[in-house]
Design a protein around this ligand. Sequence first.
Ligand code: SAH
Ligand code: SF4
Length: 322
Amino acid sequence: MKQLWKEAHKVRVKYRGNYVYFRGLIELSNICTKNCLYCGIRRDNHNVQRYQISKEAIINSAKVALDLGYGSVVLQSGERNDSNFIDLISSVLHSIKNLKPDFIPGITLSLGEYPLEVYKEWHKMGATRYLLRVETTKEPLYNALHPDNTLSDRIAALERLKEAGYIVGSGVMIGIPGQQVEDLDKDIDFFKRFGVNMVGMGPYIPHLDTEMGQKNPIKSKEELLELSIDTIAKLRLAMPRINIAATTALQVLHPLARERALMAGANVVMPNVTEIEFKRNYQLYGGKVGVEDDIISTKDKLVNNLSKLKLDIGWGMVGNPE
Ligand code: SAH
Ligand code: SF4
């Protein structure tokens, strides 16, 4: 264990205790109108079999997550701007919020950029948190990776989320070709300045259906893992009270990479509660781990790994950032 990681863990325990909070991740659709260069479900990838989970099935997944003792759920999907989709999310939110008579779960959305009115509507219907990664704050790099929007559009969307009343989460990809360690330090400065409440950042992992992913990665898995954990640890030292996710993409680098992140500053994990038939078609990056694991074995594996660490699972806890 590096000194930096130990320091970060100490700070996390001091300010946030030993808890690891679980968020049940529902990947509700892989239909996306955007074409982000790095992403496996980008609009132009015609190898993907597209899906949209029905309202009833989304609500059922949320119920399964809450019944398993996950205090909150994350609804994630490709980006869509049609009114059918916007209305579907609103009605799903309303139902999830009222699933339990005596408990209001944390509900996080991770659906991309929308107008203020839409963000407000979803907030009114029960979403309390929103995850929108800034991906990188290095402007030329951001703009080169995103044919549909600019860094200023992204930051404006984050501002709208604040205005709509959300607990705002953001994040970046680590190890994007063209990104330096100093750029990641500047990303952390941005999170501080903006005052984000949660951060999910993980390694950039090439997806072979994208042109970008077909080029050779510049870092080995070991280097990328170390850089990822270092960046998480630095963030914890910079922002002691926020929620930091040990992201699923880390698992591609090492089977226990998320657990390492949880011992170096991170305090949140997002076990997948999407049915296998759907999640196998939701591949943002290459080599997604656990696509053939059902919801129960996903949970059992994680709980088993965590039992070896001196950490407590926040069963049934919403686990808001401070
Ligand atoms: N469409 C929404 C949510 C789904 S994408 C959005 O874009 O916000 C969620 C995250 O997946 C993105 O923010 C991005 O950081 C990450 N992602 C996409 N492709 C990736 C890749 N190749 N490697 C690592 N992370 C990736
Ligand atoms: Fe769509 Fe999000 Fe992937 Fe961009 S990162 S292509 S918005 S799913």
